[in-house]
Design a protein around this ligand. Structure first.
Ligand code: ZN
Length: 136
């Protein structure tokens, strides 16, 4: 289960984790009351275990998210998502002239500021930040 997702990011998280085609039980809730956040979203997925590099991708849109692993109704692990050092193929480069926006090439960024979420493009070296971030 993924808890503490900002309400506005729930559907983005689903897309990043490729859950739109998931065929097992999937529970999505948004705009739940949260003492910590005001409103929050949660995603509960059955029989799926995320690799750390997969789950950390969602830190781009949900840095507050917590991953809770439940087995036989028991919480066995709770962890905060971490912003990765590298981001591949999720985010669009904001530079319209970048090769990744003109040819069929996967985007690649180095995260240069994890707090402000600034990403430097591997190809054009322009910086995509939270306020101009688009998703593929
Ligand atoms: Zn670029």
């Amino acid at each position: 289960m993924i808890d503490h997702i900002p309400s506005g990011s729930v559907f983005q998280v689903i897309k990043i984790l490729n859950l739109t085609e998931y065929s097992d039980q999937l529970l999505i809730a948004t705009n739940l009351d949260s003492q910590k956040m005001g409103k929050k979203g949660i995603i509960k997925v059955s029989n799926l275990f995320f690799r750390p590099d997969e789950i950390n991708k969602i830190a781009l849109v949900a840095p507050s998210a917590t991953l809770i692993v439940i087995r036989n109704f028991e919480v066995i692990k709770k962890s905060q998502v971490e912003v990765p050092d590298c981001v591949e193929n999720i985010v669009k480069c904001f530079n319209p002239n970048c090769i990744t926006n003109n040819e069929d090439i996967a985007t690649r960024f180095r995260v240069i500021d994890k707090k402000e979420m600034k990403l430097r493009c591997h190809y054009c070296e322009k910086i995509t930040a939270r306020n101009n971030m688009g998703f593929r």
